[in-house]
Design a protein around this ligand. Sequence first.
Ligand code: HPA
Length: 260
Amino acid sequence: MGKLAIIGGTGVYSPEILADVQVVAVETPYGEPVTLRVGTYGSHEVVFLPRHGQKHILPPHKVNYRANMAALKKAGVGKIFATAAVGSLNEEMKPGHLAFLDQFIDFTRGREGTFYDGGEAGVAHIDLTHPYCSQLRDLLIKAAGERRIPHHPGAVYVCTEGPRFETGAEIKMFKAWGADLVGMTNVPEVVLARELGICYSTIALVTNFAAGISPAPLTHEEVLDVVAKNIGHVRTVLMESMQLLSPDTHCSCQGARPFA
Ligand code: HPA
């Protein structure tokens, strides 16, 4: 089955639920070595990676997504649970709720979004009809249901470039497009995972209503505050999902097959 990974988003910077944690620096062809924390949770070997660095020093557009995902692959990771703080465009999805993403709309610009850049790297076009692993998402839904944690089993996420929050007009447009949630980090992370054939799922924690829906201006402090208050739910769903995960959890997440 390979190792599991937890990618910690905003407010999730340490692998508290893991035992026997060791720090490992992994070299990749994509720049600085990536520092991973490798430990155990029950019978699982689990790798923890805080997406923004341990002290949140990396803004979303500066995260080295390719290095991170290549390092997880090299460390033997087969399945990823990512966490993400998100704004909500959907009145039903309120601050403090969890949502398990099933689709995304990409509104990022200029990020390195593929391992297949042509030349020696080759060319590949992956299928992303269903970008998130449905098996892992089913586990998250079951875990949240069993623990009676307020959650939404599916949500359309729009990924913006950041680091600024959106304008009111952008949010109106995203809503008309069918988006439920907005954040700045799932793309290209989920795409790169699929290229590598790693199953990827996201536990999104709603921290605010999005610009123009919220009556007040948005602040990063508000986001951090709501994450801090609800981190227990995220942790519970993570732990329960890992307990529910068995070696015969199979899915159809296929990695890239370069043709040139
Ligand atoms: N917009 C973008 N990213 C976010 C938001 C938001 O409103 N809240 C938390 N992350």
